[in-house]
Write a protein that binds this ligand. Sequence first.
Ligand SMILES: Cc1ncc(COP(=O)(O)O)c(C=O)c1O
Length: 350
Amino acid sequence: MAIERWHERLLGKRRLAIWDEAEASLVFASGMAAISTTLWAYARPGTVILHSDPVYGGTDFQLKKILPQFGIRSIGFAAEGGGKAMQTAAAQARGSEAVIAAIFLETPANPTNGLVDIAAARRVAEDLAAVGRRPPVIVDNTFLGPLYQTPLAHGADVAVTSLTNYGGGHPDLIAGGCSGARAMLEPIRCMRTILGTMCDPHTGWLLMRSLETLKLRMTASAEGARQVAEFLKSHPRVASVWYLGFLPLDHADREDFERQCKNPGSTFAFEVRGGEAEAFAVLNRLKVIKLAVSLGGTETLASHPAAVTHSDIAPDEQIRLGITPSLIRLSIGIENPGDLIADLDQALTA
Ligand SMILES: Cc1ncc(COP(=O)(O)O)c(C=O)c1O
């Protein structure tokens, strides 16, 4: 077997490509390494990146604070705005005569679970080809992937994932993945080599282990999440539950959910009645559920997006994006759902 093949096997790349239904995949030192390297591979000074809003705090920082220092602008469009919002963002970029380097989507979005239509983004990209260059459609698939959503099958060119989360599944590794056609990955592979953002061999070995249990872990977490979400929905101290399984038939995201997602997954947010103080009080009373910003692991975690993962975003912008002070994000693990429900019940009613 060629050395290259051995290396790919060692780093678990074949397994990720199979889950992502991709020709090939690359692994990175973290999810942010995968996202940053992909954006750097396709963006150049003077170009613009169109992106859905909200996105993970680190990606938001990269798009709005780091890349502009290198002459790369970003134009956001509301996740819930559909193809129309993407077209408006594209027209705005073209109005300033800037080349669109990439269309970046995060769907479901962290932490709101807002959905973005991947096929609509592909259509916008194809339309841009007629007037210049077709930008790649890059999708952050961290929240549902790779088991419950395969962005490449819906028109994405590149699917990026934080493997620190569901892919790794145990809080013992940090890694990221990127899948697509070999030709699309080539500039990213080259940038990865020079930046040195690749995954180390030991983490690759851990990922090989983790990807064997991906389906078992994600299935158990999704079932637990369904039970916890049902409980929260009926709790008098809970104002709203942003669980994809509860999308009403007439909700704008419902069609995207049915087309793109195979399951609501196990990361979702809910709002407690009151504001930040009430949310903090609930978080502080949790005993079984741990407070941490990660997600997608075997242990259930809770976090306060406005104060932690999205704290770099200005308060008025947070509100505009739906990241309210009373919002708590949960990532359900594989514990007995009854224990999680009892813990949330005591924390909410104390
Ligand atoms: C949607 C999303 N994208 C990217 C990342 C970044 O991943 P990492 O922590 O592996 O850099 C995260 C982290 O939680 C995330 O939730």
